[in-house]
Design a protein around this ligand. Structure first.
Ligand code: NOJ
Ligand code: CA
Length: 552
């Protein structure tokens, strides 16, 4: 029997704890001010000690870096700033030796305008296979029902190309032309890219911006059946080569629309739960469980082999696309009163600053991230409560160097501070002198130690990640309570979303006779009886109980 979550486990991604990081931000081994693969390799001890089981690496391919690498100019190489392909191989082997899986980015929807495919396309005759790698038009009037995503920087999804003498289609920046999946050669090219990385040994791909692969007149050009057909072809290909290869869909859509990306278990194994993310923040600010319960109740069941990817923060803004206009206004009021923190429809802040650096609020949000059904994704630096810098432009303020020690450049790099790809965080609250790994390793009550403990506990119980979810409905709406069941195992989670002490009576009649054992302290609680089960919770407190059957 393979160890759960290990390489031999075909459902490894359901038991995983994922750690997301940009290679450039983690550790600079050669002192040029930019993080690199040899640096990441040096820090695998840290990653292993954190307890995560899988790394998701942000784009590290050759790129003009106008969208931090999501604008790729060569899919089968490593950006020279981050090292060489051999460095990548060495890193991957070392990660695998430690039984860490590695998921990389597959940016299917678009390339950089510097990609040779685009440079060839714009010069090729109209109507040729080469020109048709991308989507062209003589006028800006096609696909008018498609929304603009980067509302702060783009006015149209069409940009004029003086060389081609035509407009090209792009859902993101104007330097990121969309590939044309109506041209079968494009899919063949992408499958070659997949083979390249699978043959090197990567364990899965995050499929960037998947809803937008295909355009059709009269539609919003999102989630079209033809797009799903492309993804199924990708899955068949991966499955045939590496059956345990995992595809994670980035589809910022409502649960009912995201459901289609799992199909019958024959498309993507994972997809992010975008609508849940802002609701974890809303529920806590409102001190009411309703937003969380409602979105989970609207979340359709998914095939047994599939899994939701859950996150609190990532490398992008905290997106507010999947909330109503009213909810968005309210979120801005609550979490980004400072307009500098806003970008597009969201908020460019890290977890700790979002919650006013309140340790209990950080812990409570993580308790939800690590217990609601799905696989949790932790964003680098959030495990030590790193801050951000909203003045850095675009989303760069949440991509600053990892803070290792209180020494120069936070010990991220030996380069001159002026040479770093980004300034380190230096403010008095979140600055590297106070917030860093070394200090938190020495402090038994640091956030880092707390996170390591939580991650370790989560991995002990398969009901997290694989269990079914049932919400309880106590009268006190400040309390969120749910039971996770996995075979004979059951876990009860109870969270106080409010800033004050709360009482709650839970009706646990289905669990009568079981002994709740609090998981963080391994403390026995009174046996469940027919009577309502009474608990009190401190401000932002939470309990995880293992429900043990103790037959006499
Ligand atoms: C989604 C990525 O997360 C984001 O960082 C990027 O800008 C867009 N896709 C466009 O590639
Ligand atoms: Ca470097």
């Amino acid at each position: 029997m393979p160890r759960p979550g290990s390489a031999g486990d075909p459902l490894w991604y359901k038991r995983a704890v994922i750690y997301e990081l940009p290679v450039k931000s983690f550790y600079d081994a050669n002192g040029d001010g930019i993080g690199d693969f040899p640096g990441l390799l040096e820090k695998l001890d840290y990653i292993e000690a954190l307890g995560v089981t899988c790394l998701w690496l942000l784009p590290f391919f050759p790129s003009p870096l106008r969208d931090d690498g999501y604008d790729i100019s060569d899919y089968c190489n490593v950006h020279p700033s981050y090292g060489t392909l051999d460095d990548f191989r060495r890193f991957l082997d070392a990660a695998h030796e430690r039984r860490l899986q590695v998921v990389i980015e597959l940016v299917l929807n678009h390339t950089s305008d510097q990609h040779p495919w685009f440079q060839r396309a714009r010069r090729a005759p109209a109507g040729s296979v080469e020109r048709d790698y991308y989507v062209w038009s003589d006028a800006e009037d096609r696909y008018r029902d498609a929304r603009i995503i980067f509302t702060d920087s783009e006015r149209s999804n069409w940009t004029w190309d003086p060389v081609a003498q035509a407009y090209f289609w792009h859902r993101f920046f104007h330097h990121q032309p969309d590939l044309n999946y109506d041209n079968p050669t494009v899919l063949q090219e992408v499958l070659r890219v997949i083979d390249f990385w699978l043959d090197l040994g990567v364990d899965g791909f995050r499929l960037d911006a998947v809803p937008y692969l295909i355009e059709r007149e009269g539609t919003r050009c999102e989630n079209l059946p033809e797009t799903h057909a492309v993804l199924k072809a990708v899955r068949r290909h991966v499955q045939a080569r590496v059956p345990r290869g995992m595809l994670l869909a980035e589809a910022n859509q409502w649960p009912a629309d995201v459901r289609a990306y799992f199909a019958d278990g024959d498309e993507c194994q994972m997809a992010y739960h975008f609508p849940l993310m802002p609701r974890m923040f809303m529920g806590l600010h409102l001190e009411d469980r309703h937003p969380i319960v409602e979105i989970m109740q609207q979340t359709p069941a998914i095939p047994e082999t599939c899994q939701w990817a859950l996150f609190l923060r990532n490398h992008d803004e905290l997106t507010l696309e999947m909330v109503t206009d009213e909810e968005r206004d309210y979120m801005h009021l609550a979490y980004s009163a400072d307009a500098q923190a806003r970008i597009n429809l969201g908020i460019r802040r890290r977890l700790a600053p979002l919650v006013g650096n309140n340790r209990r609020r950080i812990e409570l949000r993580n308790s939800l991230l690590f217990s609601l059904p799905g696989t949790p994704i932790l964003y680098y630096g959030d495990e030590i409560g790193m801050g951000d810098n909203t003045y850095l432009g675009d989303r760069n303020g949440v991509r600053t160097p990892m803070q290792w020690t209180g020494d120069r450049n936070a010990d991220f790099s030996r380069a001159d501070p002026a040479r770093l790809y980004s300034p380190v965080i230096m403010d008095p609250i979140y600055g590297y002198r106070g917030i860093n790994v070394e200090a938190q390793e020495r402090d038994a009550s640091s956030l880092l130690q707390w996170m390591r403990n939580l991650i370790g506990l989560r991995k002990l119980f398969p009901a997290f990640g694989s269990g079914s979810l049932e919400f309880l409905e106590p009268a006190n709406r400040k309390i969120l309570a749910y039971v996770l069941r996995y075979g004979p195992d059951a876990i009860l989670c109870v969270a106080n979303l409010s800033r004050s002490v709360q009482p709650v009576e839970l009706s646990l009649s289905a669990l009568v006779g079981l002994t709740p054992v609090e998981i963080l302290g391994y403390t026995d609680f009174p046996v469940v009886s027919e009577q309502p089960y009474f608990l009190t919770l401190g401000p932002y407190g939470f309990y995880w109980f293992e429900l043990q059957r103790r037959d006499v």
